[in-house]
Ligand binder design. Structure first.
Ligand SMILES: Nc1ncnc2c1ncn2[C@@H]1O[C@H](COP(=O)(O)OP(=O)(O)OP(=O)(O)O)[C@@H](O)[C@H]1O
Ligand SMILES: [Mg+2]
Length: 289
């Protein structure tokens, strides 16, 4: 992960972005993209590339290989910048802020965007990345496919999460989906704080509110499947459910089991922290498609 992604983003020129895009595109066909292909794609002079490429390599965005011919590929971090650049071009992101969340499979940044420059969250998916690390030593023999499969998993997860937010917002309290590119999504900042880190004065009301949102989502065809106090924000007016990439639909073979587990996670949390006891079967019975 680029700790200084904002700084690097600011220093990257449009021409450098064009070179990253060229390598990204040609990596579909090459393990190491020949410099001639970069010339063809960008239309830049070789002389110019001899200045741009070492600079990108210095910033650890691309890697150079000269074993058989001069070739390049981009590092993961370059995908973050490419996605960010797409958002900035479209105006959905204007400036990048701090990291506000690190999940098992994502990094989330605070940012501002849109015409009124409001606060937004950018979630960069990282699915498959840890398993990739595992095989990094074998990289020479497995070639670039591992790299692409990691990216593919992260892209799919981002698309899936974005689709879920589009299906749910605004009927269910979830972040507003704003933009989606590659392995990243832009959404509104969730209000309040994580349920896990809160101390509620009226826990029973919040529990009902959460179950209500889960029920509406179910009616819209979405079962969260990873619901817990760490994926729910609470604020004075209600709650917001986040983190949807693993959702399933009510027709999925394990739908009832996963819905049961989601509700159980919430009930267990409210029993443990607030001594509230509810009958799970009674609640399950209120779920209808
Ligand atoms: N829209 C948002 N607004 C504010 N903070 C957010 C938002 N989305 C995510 N976060 C923060 O980032 C953290 C990680 O996000 P999220 O839970 O979506 O990712 P994850 O990698 O799937 O996490 P997990 O570890 O649960 O698998 C959250 O716990 C939360 O603190
Ligand atoms: Mg989460």
């Amino acid at each position: 992960m680029l700790e200084n992604i904002a700084e690097i983003f600011r220093s990257i020129t449009p021409k450098e972005f064009r070179v990253l895009t060229a390598i990204e595109n040609k990596m579909k066909f090459y393990e190491w993209v020949p410099i001639e292909e970069i010339v063809n794609f960008t239309g830049f002079e070789l002389k110019e590339l001899e200045y741009i490429l070492p600079n990108l390599a210095y910033n650890k965005l691309i890697q150079r290989n000269i074993k058989t011919y001069e070739g390049y590929r981009i590092y993961f971090e370059a995908y973050d910048l490419l996605a960010l650049n797409a958002f900035v071009k479209r105006g959905t992101v204007n400036s990048l802020g701090e990291v506000i969340g690190i999940g098992k499979e994502s990094v989330v940044f605070d940012a501002t965007g849109g015409l009124i420059d409001r606060r937004v969250a950018i979630k960069f998916h990282r699915e498959g990345k840890s398993s990739f690390r595992h095989v990094r030593v074998k990289r020479e023999t497995t070639g670039e496919r591992r790299h692409l499969s990691w990216l593919y998993a992260a892209r799919l997860a981002a698309k899936k999460e974005y689709d879920a937010l589009v299906a749910l917002y605004p009927k269910v309290s979830v972040p507003e989906p704003i933009d989606h590119n590659r392995h990243a999504i832009v959404m509104s900042i969730a209000k309040g704080q994580l349920l896990a880190h809160s101390r509620l004065d009226e826990p029973g009301w919040y529990l009902d509110e959460i179950l209500k949102q889960v029920r509406i989502a179910y009616g819209l065809g979405i079962i969260h499947s990873d619901l817990s106090e760490f994926n729910i924000f609470v604020h004075p007016d209600g709650c917001e459910l986040i983190d949807f990439p693993q959702f399933i639909t009510p027709t999925h073979p394990n739908a009832q089991e996963l819905l049961h587990r989601d509700i159980e996670n919430i009930l267990t949390f409210f029993t443990r922290k607030y001594r509230i006891n509810r009958d799970i079967q009674e609640i399950m019975n209120t779920f209808v498609t």
